[in-house]
Design a protein around this ligand. Structure first.
Ligand code: SF4
Length: 246
């Protein structure tokens, strides 16, 4: 983690950026993303914390679109943790098959339903410590639930968030927990949940893993990784996706 005025190791003009400069630039990026994606939100559909918890577990290794196509049948048949805990695993597997890794996911969502039924009176807990004790639930899932179902600010470090925060020079780390804490020191706590949505939206639409659309990016002037993708506007525009995509 950078100390007060320690220069951060990055290429070109960013090499001598101070801690204060980094914080200012991070907040400016957050503001521009807020203007660019005023509708940014969780792209998983849910009606209550239990549904969001299950949908987030199911979203591993697949798209939110795919999860949203799958969960209505699941929640119509098993609307509560008690219902899902008592389900026939084969039936749940059949419903979850399109999301991939359906046997492991069935085990996770049924396991967490049993834990909710037996340990929390069928209610999803509202703290990180309790959430991460549920089977199949890590900090990422817990932060999604805290931020979007309970209004408790949380940073969700998924693959997009991780890649973009490194491209922005906010962190050099690859460990999600370290990234969460490092970015948390740059951006005010109240913005953490929305920042997560904004980075994920930007990663899905413009700042792709391969061939980011740098020439069509509103952050071009503020991004040390500008040039990692095509800078020619015409080419870059063809790379921009409308979303929701992945
Ligand atoms: S300038 Fe390029 S690398 Fe930087 S955020 Fe934009 S698309 Fe991503």
């Amino acid at each position: 983690m950078a100390t007060a005025e320690a220069p951060r190791v990055r290429a070109g003009k960013w090499q001598s950026e101070t801690r204060v400069g980094l914080v200012r630039r991070a907040r400016k990026i957050n503001r521009i993303l807020a203007e660019t994606y005023p509708d940014a939100e969780c792209e998983l559909n849910f009606d209550n914390p239990f549904q969001l918890l299950v949908a987030t577990v199911l979203s591993a290794q697949t798209t939110d679109v795919r999860v949203n196509l799958t969960t209505p049948a699941l929640f119509a048949k098993y609307p509560t943790p008690e219902d899902l805990a008592a389900a026939d695993p084969e039936d749940v597997e059949a419903i979850l098959r399109p999301t991939g890794f359906f046997r492991a996911k069935t085990k996770s969502v049924m396991g967490l339903s049993v834990a909710l039924r037996d340990g929390f009176g069928g209610e999803v807990p509202r703290t990180m410590d309790e959430l991460v004790k549920l089977p199949g639930v890590g900090r990422k899932t817990a932060n999604v639930v805290l931020g979007n179902a309970f209004g408790v600010p949380g940073i969700t470090v998924d693959t997009h968030f991780s890649r973009l925060s490194r491209r922005f020079g906010w962190t050099a780390d690859t460990d999600p927990v370290k990234i969460e804490y490092e970015v948390g020191e740059l951006i005010p706590r109240k913005d953490w949940t929305m920042l997560s949505h904004r980075l994920i939206w930007h990663g899905r639409r413009i700042c792709h893993s391969r061939r980011p659309a740098c020439g069509a990016c509103p952050l071009a002037r503020l991004c040390p990784a500008y040039g990692e993708g095509p800078t020619d506007e015409k080419t870059a525009r063809t790379l921009v996706k409308a979303g929701p995509v992945s």
